[in-house]
Design a protein around this ligand. Structure first.
Ligand code: ADP
Length: 255
């Protein structure tokens, strides 16, 4: 507890009593501790890909005079992968600070959902490890910030690739409801336990955070939820353990 008090003196300047207030600072302490923990996790998450990147660059440097460097393609791939990881982490951190400061501005315009979804799949299709099955109503349009909505869809797709690697297939649907469009991204991965589902969109939340074999800051879905909320849409997940997960969101729309 933090105590603030002032003395109350009588006319003879004798101390009669103390006037004071007592504030419970446990909440602040807990917030500070959470912040410290987060900084330590975030630094570790950043350090790992940077170390790997430095290793790749050192090897590349050593082979600069090698006339036929066999390891070149794999080292470039390793460097690229790690730079992308750092970029995603820093992007998430930036988004959260923009959200906290109320500075995530939306640039709304009308666009077709079909081509937007195709844009989001290109990077995974190029890799060739996953098949993506897309089904939807091609006339569907949304009035939204296209870049931000792509960010949400890409996050869902990347999570499916990351947490459901054995799924091999991702199913994307975009359908019309009454006054809204619904977009869903489904995988046939391990699914998520029922009691964890309600926390999934919370800031910093990770299922099995301590023992997780996957890296992450638990910010991706939180950012997605904030983006969709700012579009007056809804976001959610349906999941069955052992069968897979379907992440979805809605956007208000006229047709
Ligand atoms: P991060 O990936 O950084 O942990 P997210 O906010 O993107 O953060 O995800 C929160 C948690 O939700 C993840 O830690 C993971 O456990 C779980 N999750 C997300 N997508 C899936 C999925 N497709 N299948 C299983 N678990 C998932």
């Amino acid at each position: 507890h933090a105590v603030k008090a002032v003395p109350y003196l009588n006319e003879g300047r004798e101390l009669v009593k103390w006037f004071g207030s007592c504030t419970n600072i446990d909440v602040h302490k807990r917030a500070l501790k959470q912040k410290d923990e987060f900084i330590s996790i975030a630094s570790h998450e950043l350090k790992t890909p940077i170390t790997s990147l430095m290793g790749a660059l050192q090897l590349l440097d050593r082979m600069k005079n090698d006339p036929s460097p066999k390891m070149l393609p794999s080292l470039i791939e390793r460097a690229n992968k790690n730079v992308k990881k750092v970029n995603t982490l820093v992007g998430d951190l930036l988004n959260v600070s923009q959200l906290n400061a109320g500075q995530l501005h939306l640039n709304k315009a009308r666009f077709k959902l079909g081509p937007m979804i195709f844009n989001c799949c290109e990077h995974i299709l190029a890799e060739g490890r996953f098949e993506i099955l897309i089904e939807g109503d091609d006339s569907l349009e949304a009035f939204a910030d296209q870049t931000r909505i792509e960010q949400v869809v890409i996050n869902f797709i990347n999570n499916a690739v990351k947490y459901a690697p054995a799924s091999k297939q991702i199913f994307i649907a975009y359908t019309a409801g009454q006054g809204f469009a619904k977009i869903s991204v489904a995988d046939k991965g391990p699914g998520i336990p029922k009691d964890k589902l309600q926390h999934l969109f919370d800031r910093y939340y990770r299922v099995d955070s301590a023992g997780s074999q996957y890296s992450g800051l638990g910010l991706g879905l939180y950012i997605c939820a904030e983006i969709i909320q700012r579009h007056s849409g809804e976001i959610g997940v349906d999941s069955q353990l052992g069968e897979g997960s379907t992440f979805w969101f809605t956007l208000p729309c006229s047709s």
